[in-house]
Design a protein around this ligand. Structure first.
Ligand SMILES: CCCCCCCCCCC/C=C/C(=O)SCCNC(=O)CCNC(=O)[C@H](O)C(C)(C)COP(=O)(O)OP(=O)(O)OC[C@H]1O[C@@H](n2cnc3c(N)ncnc32)[C@H](O)[C@@H]1OP(=O)(O)O
Ligand SMILES: NC(=O)C1=CN([C@@H]2O[C@H](COP(=O)(O)OP(=O)(O)OC[C@H]3O[C@@H](n4cnc5c(N)ncnc54)[C@H](OP(=O)(O)O)[C@@H]3O)[C@@H](O)[C@H]2O)C=CC1
Length: 267
């Protein structure tokens, strides 16, 4: 760990989707640097188990919460208030989608992905800002999106949702600068995490091809995403807001994704 061990001492962080994968890695990194952490996700049992593990590193509370439901998010804010009394950092990490060509996405499937990634991110951001960041006149939001710089063939729903989050980030960063709130995005490429285990063949084979197509010749690691979040969450980035930091081994500048997706289609 290259950051000072007390970098987030006395800071309180909420990591949505913190029970698994990238969110867990972010929560772990924040705890190691002295933060108090809250994690939320929909499934209570694995969430409780993750919080128990994370508590070995420092104070970690959990509450089941579907970010698509504003009432549940309000209850989460009340709980954070009663447990910790404040919130300094929100990491909007909860999200996901399923691989599908656009023509095959049903209305419900489209709405499920937009509701999760775009609407959920907005609800949590607005509610935490109202409860904490604006009254405190300080706060920090890091939105985990995805590299969709050149579109996202094979996952058009999430490409659209994350582009919405990226633009929302620019708007909130400007509206809330006056309250000393910074808002940024981290855009991962393909990261080896629990999220990838949800994919079956032939997408698994496609992931191998994407690795070979990557200019660094590999997928990313959870710690590499967490390190980017730590930078944006810390005073080291105090003059940075409204931006996107890519953690994708250059995929946003170079990738042959549509050709690879066509390969899956014809296999
Ligand atoms: C074809 C080429 C593919 C290219 C792929 C490239 C791969 C690169 C990947 C690298 C970058 C990104 C990686 C990651 O993000 S990893 C993280 C992954 N983690 C998750 O995605 C977990 C969270 N996901 C979910 O919870 C769900 O996907 C969802 C967001 C949809 C929310 O679930 P919810 O519980 O609300 O959904 P329901 O089960 O109620 O379903 C609602 C409708 O959505 C349809 N649906 C859901 N899953 C699928 C599926 N696998 N395939 C098709 N349709 C699906 C479902 O059928 C419902 O619609 P209908 O009522 O019309 O049936
Ligand atoms: N792995 C990768 O290659 C990449 C991942 N990403 C993004 O990073 C984030 C984390 O991904 P990763 O850790 O890999 O995957 P995971 O599937 O492990 O993580 C997704 C997390 O989000 C939670 N979640 C999903 N929907 C909701 C909801 N409606 N309300 C609350 N929590 C929810 C899940 O918990 P539960 O099921 O209990 O609700 C889970 O903890 C996601 O947004 C993902 O799309 C972006 C680019 C690349």
């Amino acid at each position: 760990m290259m950051y000072a061990a007390n970098l987030f001492e006395d800071k309180v962080a909420l990591v949505t989707g913190g029970r698994s994968g990238i969110g867990y890695g972010i929560a772990e990194a924040l705890l190691k640097l002295g933060a108090k952490v809250a994690i939320c996700s929909r499934k209570e049992a694995p969430l409780a188990e993750a919080a128990e593990q994370l508590s070995k590193l420092g104070p970690c509370r959990y509450q089941a919460c579907d970010i698509r439901d504003g009432a549940q998010v309000e209850r989460l804010a009340e709980r954070i208030k009663s447990e910790y009394g404040r919130l300094d950092l929100l990491v909007n990490n909860a999200g996901g989608q399923f691989p599908s060509l656009a023509r095959a996405i049903s209305d419900n499937g489209w709405n499920a992905v937009i509701n999760t990634n775009l609407n959920g991110t907005f609800y949590v951001s607005r509610i935490m800002a109202e409860h904490f960041f604006i009254p405190q006149a300080s706060g920090n939001i890091v939105n985990i999106i995805v590299n969709m710089a050149r579109g996202f063939p094979g996952m058009a729903h999430t490409g659209a949702a994350r582009a919405g989050v990226e633009n929302l980030t620019k708007s909130l960063a400007q509206e809330w600068a006056t309250y000393n709130v910074r808002v940024n995005c981290v855009a991962p490429g393909t990261i080896i995490s629990s999220g990838l285990h949800t994919y079956a063949e032939p997408v698994k084979a496609l992931l191998e091809e994407m690795k070979a197509d990557n200019l660094m010749g590999r997928h990313g690691r959870v710690e590499e995403v967490a390190n980017a979040v730590l930078f944006l969450a810390s005073p080291l980035s105090s003059y940075t807001s409204g931006t996107t930091l890519y953690v994708d081994g250059l995929d946003h500048l170079h990738s042959d994704r549509m050709r690879l997706v066509n390969g899956v289609r014809s296999s």
